[in-house]
Design a protein. Structure first.
Length: 259
């Protein structure tokens, strides 16, 4: 898809080789990831709520709040899934004037479109199929960009971050949510036991998919979180980059700006 499909028309450091090496053992090819999410799309929202004890909604609200929307912005939500962030950004009292959600899972987008229609936000929220490493969006055409729990699934996160930088207008803001590992020593062993043994079983039972919730702990285990991912954002060109651990570091909120 062309970069000029959405609006009239970046810097780029290459992906850190260590990131590629650490992710090599986990297959993150676009076809595999898209197929996996297609298979669990129907139960994805339920699983998010169950596995996070409802905290996923709070995390998304907090990420959107950091963008300081005024009601005039154009927001791009990458790896939008079933459009929770896209809808959340549009529903706020001072929400984005227009939201575009991009994902390469057709089934996830179909479920997201149903939610957009039910919310009567079709005029403000548009969902399109696309790849985070080659966004179908013009350079310097959006005021804010978001990703919630999707950047670790991208084959080359550094390339995706360069794309986020490219599509942002000067002074545009970034908010990314992604899993990490607890920073509190006493919490980490208990969380890892839950994450590696309990969570996959619940995920498989509810989604009826064997591979998706085996992949989840594998993908988190190979993802560069915290300061390492903040460095990737800085290398992509972002300034004022901050990495905030939430829920003891189970999740990280990354923010930044295009200077």
């Amino acid at each position: 898809m062309s970069h000029k499909e959405l609006a009239p028309d970046g810097p780029g450091a290459k992906e850190d080789p260590s990131a590629e090496a650490r992710s090599a053992k986990v297959d993150k090819s676009p076809a595999k990831i898209a197929g996996m999410f297609d298979a669990i799309a129907g139960r994805y929202d339920l699983l998010n709520t169950v596995l996070s004890a409802g905290l996923d909604r709070y995390w998304r609200r907090r990420a959107i709040a950091t963008l300081k929307l005024t009601g005039r912005e154009r927001l791009l939500d990458v790896c939008t899934g079933t459009a929770d962030v896209a809808l959340g950004a549009a529903r706020r009292a001072t929400g984005a004037a227009r939201v575009v959600g991009v994902d390469f899972s057709g089934a996830m987008l179909c479920h997201g479109l149903e939610k957009v229609t039910q919310a009567r936000l079709s005029e403000r929220v548009q969902l399109i199929r696309g790849d985070a490493m080659d966004l179908p969006v013009a350079s310097a055409s959006v005021d804010a960009v978001t990703i919630a729990f999707g950047i670790r699934n991208v084959q080359q996160p550094g390339v995706a971050c360069q794309e986020l930088f490219r599509v942002l207008r000067p002074s545009g803001r970034l908010a990314i949510l992604e899993f990490g590992l607890p920073v509190v020593p006493a919490v980490r062993p208990l969380y890892l036991w839950y994450f590696n043994h309990v969570l996959p079983r619940i995920g498989r039972a509810v989604s009826r998919n064997t591979s998706a919730y085996t992949y989840l702990p594998e993908s988190v285990g190979t993802f560069q979180f915290g300061d390492e991912f903040a460095r990737i954002l800085t290398d992509a060109g972002f300034s004022h980059v901050k990495s905030r651990p939430l829920a003891f570091g189970i999740v990280y909120l990354y923010t930044g700006q295009k200077s």
